[in-house]
Design a protein around this ligand. Structure first.
Ligand SMILES: NC(=O)C1=CN([C@@H]2O[C@H](COP(=O)(O)OP(=O)(O)OC[C@H]3O[C@@H](n4cnc5c(N)ncnc54)[C@H](O)[C@@H]3O)[C@@H](O)[C@H]2O)C=CC1
Ligand SMILES: O=C(O)C(=O)Cc1ccc(O)cc1
Length: 307
């Protein structure tokens, strides 16, 4: 148990990320009390039953009232409306953070609703699953994962406190600016998710021809695609609508490379394919050897296959 970092934390939107934060804060004693807001009675009841909130409220404004830290944990497209609702009720000196997968759009939507004297520190835990809702969370979700925070104009004291909360939940914290965040995430998360969605869509069309073979014989790669493509549609719709420029940029580069590989296959250019795959293999090995694969299970970290 650590000493509490915040007296009163308010979680707005009680899904996977908020419930995981609630469980983690309880497990490691990081908040003296946790208030939660969800729109439905069933979700509010689940939060009390599972014990990751001490109190629940039917409005975001009531939950945020008197909180030292307010965590916006709703889909990116809903952040602005929630900020508009809680803005007038925030305690002076309170910190507002969010956990959204996109940062520039959240800042544009939220900042105008926060008056002077409120510390706004956007954040993004690089941890999650394909599951959603209040029953999907668990205390160890953020362990050994990165959490990116965008300090902006916030005071160093408020930033240090939020950093301590994430570190208390087991994360490695890095500061970043919002535009850079959105570009990095377009490469590492957003475009890969779109590719998974597309691949599962392609297989679904084929399934009409081959019946159940595609799922039955799918090896690990395709299974991972189906897991990722089972993620929440609202959340991912909002990610693509709000990180439009960066994902379109990366998708453009992706399709150029794909066409190049398509041509190599058509032309029977084995050398081109071999060189490309040799380069990508070296990248993966470089990541592992540099010890930077902290978001992956241990099997890749300790030993590199020499073959
Ligand atoms: N799922 C993941 O793996 C990760 C998600 N994120 C981000 O975290 C945020 C939350 O995602 P999850 O917890 O996964 O989603 P979730 O779907 O499990 O939970 C979100 C909750 O917000 C509620 N909600 C939607 N609009 C609302 C509104 N206007 N007022 C109050 N509640 C509202 C929904 O009913 C739902 O219960 C998103 O912005 C997402 O981009 C960040 C890292 C990982
Ligand atoms: O489940 C997975 O593989 C993920 O990639 C989880 C995830 C989803 C969205 C984020 O913004 C961060 C992490």
């Amino acid at each position: 148990m650590s000493a509490p970092i915040y007296d009163r934390v308010a979680l707005i939107g009680l899904g996977l990320i908020a419930s995981s934060m609630g469980h983690a804060m309880k497990k490691w004693g990081l908040a003296r009390s946790i208030a939660g807001h969800a729109k439905t009675e069933a979700t509010r009841a689940a939060a009390l039953e599972l014990g990751f909130c001490d109190e629940v409220f039917a409005t975001a404004a009531e939950a945020a009232d008197g909180a030292d830290l307010v965590v916006l944990a709703v889909p990116v497209g809903a952040m602005g409306a929630v900020a508009a609702e809680i803005g007038p009720h925030l305690k002076l000196g309170a910190t507002v953070t969010d956990v959204g997968s996109v940062k520039q759009a959240v800042i544009e939507a939220v900042a105008p609703h926060l008056r002077a004297g409120i510390e706004f520190i956007p954040g993004h835990p690089l941890a999650g699953t394909e599951h959603s809702g209040p029953r999907s969370g668990f205390a160890t979700l953020f362990q050994n994962r990165w959490c990116l925070i965008i300090p902006g104009e916030a005071s160093p004291e408020a930033v240090a406190r939020l950093r301590a909360l994430w570190e208390g939940m087991g994360s490695n914290v890095e500061e970043m600016d919002a535009a850079h965040h959105d570009l990095v995430l377009a490469v590492t998360s957003h475009t890969p998710h779109l590719i998974a969605y597309t691949m599962v869509g392609v297989a679904d069309h084929l399934r009409r021809v081959t019946e159940s073979e595609i799922i039955k014989y799918s090896a690990a790669g395709f299974r991972d695609f189906t897991r990722i493509a089972a993620s929440d549609p609202t959340m991912w719709r909002d990610v693509f609508l709000t990180n439009k420029e960066a994902t379109l940029d990366i998708l453009g580069r992706f399709t150029e490379e794909l066409f190049m590989l398509q041509r190599a296959i058509r032309m029977g250019d084995g050398e081109e394919l071999f060189d490309y795959f040799t380069r990508t293999r070296a990248i993966r090995r470089g990541i592992i050897e540099a010890g930077q694969d902290t978001a992956a299970p241990d099997f890749g970290r300790t030993k590199v296959d020499e073959k």
